[in-house]
Design a binder for this molecule. Structure first.
Ligand SMILES: C[S@@+](CC[C@H](N)C(=O)[O-])C[C@H]1O[C@@H](n2cnc3c(N)ncnc32)[C@H](O)[C@@H]1O
Length: 297
């Protein structure tokens, strides 16, 4: 696989992990649903406070991947732009037009977050879902996103909670990390659990953004075997998912055979299941952080 974080890396990940992998994933959809609710509440609060009601809001999803969030945000009162360094997922987002009936399709924008190719001060709400820690320079990315916001715009950044509350990701990642050396994180690349809301606030301050609001969410999904576990895992950990899918079949089979034992050791048993059924609860928890431009003068 190409060097982590390059455009080639993400093209390969998106090739390996199809958009359809996200559709039946309960945990990934829970985070998207929470994000959509918070974007809608943010837009409604601004509409109530200002005279913006009549014009179409401009929403920008940065690092949009296959466009799961951008499609969920689409609506007649908004222009939704799905932006990503990798171009292929944006085409996939467009192809799925039929799935959302009359709702407008998000516009695709193939661009590096550091060079967004949009007018400064043109965006009402920017979103970054499962993306900040994947970017080579998160602080510079925050500054670039801040520059795109209108003076009363908002940036919504999703972060995972600490690793102990995100065993849905950590359990599979640890197992895959032992089996697949390509998954060793390069020095200096943050783990998905490294950035807290307080650290985000510190990182965003030089970009002229202040933390306005934090909402937290959590869920625990029932997994009963390797297939049900990877279905949930793949939709929230694409780089690891892609490496597993590209591994030789014999190695994949060994990983799958080891997985139930690991799940049994690390996760709580689902107490609602009869004693003769295997099933565990894989927790995942997140923060949604709303950043607002700091008013000067
Ligand atoms: C973990 S994926 C998340 C995708 C999507 N937000 C989701 O939740 O399904 C991270 C995304 O960030 C994109 N990305 C990585 N580096 C980027 C950069 N420098 N500029 C723009 N997008 C980037 C990747 O191509 C990938 O689609």
């Amino acid at each position: 696989m190409s060097d982590y974080g390059t455009r080639d890396h993400w093209d390969e990940v998106h090739d390996a992990v199809a958009d359809t992998d996200h559709q039946s994933a309960i945990a990934a959809n829970a985070v998207v649903g929470h994000m959509v609710a918070l974007v809608n509440a943010t837009l409604n609060a601004r509409t109530a406070a200002t005279s913006h009601g009549a014009r179409r809001a401009v929403l920008l999803d940065v690092g949009a991947g296959h466009g799961v969030l951008a499609r969920a945000l689409a609506g007649p009162d908004r222009l939704v732009i799905a932006s990503d360094i990798a171009a292929a997922p944006l085409a996939a987002a467009g192809r799925r037009h039929g799935d959302i009936g009359d709702r407008p399709t998000p516009r695709g924008l193939a661009a590096d977050v550091l060079h967004p190719a949009l007018k400064p001060g043109s965006v009402d709400v920017a979103t970054c879902l499962r993306g900040l820690w994947t970017l080579p320079d998160p602080a510079a990315a925050l500054a670039a996103m801040a520059g795109l916001l209108k003076p009363d715009g908002r940036l919504l950044v999703q972060l995972w909670a600490e690793a102990a509350r995100c065993r849905l990701i950590g359990t599979g990642a640890a197992l895959l990390g032992k089996a697949l050396p390509s998954l060793t994180r390069p020095a200096g690349v943050p783990s998905p659990f490294d950035i807290t809301p307080a650290m985000l606030a510190d990182m965003a301050a030089p970009a002229g953004l202040a933390l306005d609001r934090v909402e937290t969410g959590e869920t625990a999904v029932r997994v009963t075997d390797a297939a049900s576990y990877w279905r949930e895992f793949d939709a929230v950990a694409e780089t690891a998912a892609a490496a597993r899918k590209q591994a030789p079949a014999a190695l994949r089979a060994r990983i799958d055979a080891a997985l139930p034992g690991v799940l049994g050791r690390v996760l709580s048993r689902d107490p609602t299941l009869p004693p003769d059924h295997d099933g565990w609860l894989a927790p995942i928890a997140w923060s949604l952080c709303v950043l607002a431009p700091i008013r000067t003068g």
